[in-house]
Design a protein around this ligand. Structure first.
Ligand SMILES: [Zn+2]
Length: 310
């Protein structure tokens, strides 16, 4: 063996002997998932016209569809979610009673949504009709799911069987649990429009569901679609107080208060943190939160609000 071969063999031996240690020290390869989300779209099928201040020219379902399609192609593991109040706000709602909104959401490939107060504006029967029209649409995308854990549907079985307390979606290396909560009806929905439905405390309703998602369903990422509002200043349960009341939530996708946030609000938890996000209303923005998960724990989380432009 000449000197060069000797050094080469030494190098190889050194590399080999260090390999197991390097492998252990190497960063764990993480799996990534992106949550795309809207809230309070309020039947804004078309972009906002001129004269709407800072939101003039923004929004529109067709442009949102393009943005979502581009992001799905780029990112791979994507969930498209909505935090409620799909109904009410333009002549499209008066004409189509929410059927158009839900059908378009299915065409865009929404995975799940929750119910806001305005989704009851025409009563339970009309809400169910809009859901049925979305289910019956002939389209390659499956019907999207409705999630809520704080409404008691005992008196409205036709609606109850269309809303599930939570949903599990599996991606390579990540299990995502998604649940939802709605705002109290008092003062927002007339009693005849929510006949058969009872509202329950959202925090108390979430606690066992989130625990189940973590411990039984083994979700790596727990997401709450919330139509409670961002900051109700202590007058009602809200998104800002939720992380202190319910442990184990990674992301709250909010609605109801039409709050424009540029990036998620981060609330530290005993273990990890909760990201709270809401992107205004009317579909002018698309929210985006990215999570990297490795060995069942979240390694990084970030987010931004993306304007829906032409
Ligand atoms: Zn709203």
């Amino acid at each position: 063996m000449d000197r060069r071969d000797f050094i080469a063999s030494l190098g190889a031996a050194t590399v080999a002997s260090h390999l197991p240690m390097w492998a252990a020290d190497a960063p764990v390869s993480s799996s990534r998932i992106t949550l795309l989300h809207t809230n309070d779209t309020h039947s804004h099928i078309e972009p906002f016209g001129p004269g709407n201040g800072p939101i003039s020219g923004l929004g529109g379902v067709a442009r949102r569809a393009t943005l979502v399609r581009q992001l799905r192609q780029q990112l791979g593991s994507v969930l498209l979610l909505d935090a409620g109040d799909t109904f009410q706000g333009t002549p499209y709602f008066n004409r189509y009673k929410g059927r158009l909104d839900y059908q378009l959401m299915r065409r865009l490939g929404y995975d799940a949504g929750t119910l806001g107060n305005h989704d009851f504006d025409n009563g339970v029967a009309m809400l169910v009709e809009a859901m049925e029209s979305m289910e019956q649409l002939k389209h390659p995308n499956p019907p999207f799911a409705f999630v809520n854990c704080n409404f008691d549907f005992k008196g409205t079985p036709t609606l109850g069987r269309r809303v599930q307390p939570y949903l599990i979606r599996e991606f390579p290396g990540i299990r995502v649990g998604i649940t939802g909560v709605g705002v109290a009806f008092a003062g927002l929905v007339t009693p005849k429009n929510h006949e058969g439905l009872t509202w329950k405390d959202p925090y108390e309703s979430l606690q066992p569901v989130v625990k189940r998602l973590r411990e039984v369903e083994k979700a790596d990422l727990v997401v709450v679609l919330s139509h409670l509002g961002y900051d109700m200043k202590g007058t009602a349960p809200d998104d800002l107080l939720m992380p202190g009341q319910v442990a184990g939530i990674d992301a709250i996708i909010g609605g109801h208060s039409h709050t424009f946030l540029d990036a998620p609000t981060r609330v530290p938890q005993v273990k990890g943190e909760t990201l709270i996000f809401q992107v205004g209303f009317g579909g002018v923005n698309l929210g985006r939160m990215d999570f990297a998960v490795a060995r069942g724990a979240i390694r990084s989380a970030s987010g931004s609000s993306m304007p829906v432009l032409g």
